[in-house]
Design a protein around this ligand. Sequence first.
Ligand code: FES
Ligand code: FES
Length: 216
Amino acid sequence: MSPLSRRELLKAGAASAGAVAAPGLAQAATAAVAPAPARPPVVQRVSLQVNGRRHTREVDTRTTLLDLLREHLQLTGTKKGCDHGQCGACTAIVDGRRINTCLTLAVMHEGAEVTTIEGLGTPERLHPMQDAFVRHDGYQCGYCTPGQICSAVAVLDEVRAGIPSHVTADLTAKPALGPDEIRERMSGNLCRCGAYANILDAIEDVAGTRSAGGAT
Ligand code: FES
Ligand code: FES
């Protein structure tokens, strides 16, 4: 038998290596593209107090608090802007704190007390912050307004509770509610219409920090 040339030897080695590796590769490729088996949604009961009323619903555990409010309770005052925690349109007050309801799951709030824009006041009896937004023209299209108002109400509570912000100079003193404090604390609520100056006026009005001339 004639000895193999170097070229023939390499060819034979590559062929046998391919024969061994191919089944494994094929399996790996199949595993990579195989769709994950469909799992049925997990449904859980959640019961919470919204604007003073107890609500109980069975929801897919992936349901956000925002979707629970809007789609299950028909409280559409709370708006869906970005659905990613970036615009503040979905702000509501949960157990005394403002949160982005698009960033939290409904089932995480069993037993919680939620206040939405519908719970702050009524058209006949506006909350002072709602009234101030109307008087100061603190909106144009109004899409961000429910979130702005819920946030503003919570901001005043945060200041009353002595909670500092990133611009509070003295962390040991009670924060003073100047324009910079308000701007910083409201910075998570975006307004595409740019009604910021009038929103600031409205909040200062309710806070009682607005100067006589109105300039801040
Ligand atoms: S919709 Fe929640 S932050 Fe934009
Ligand atoms: S009033 Fe239009 S986005 Fe704020």
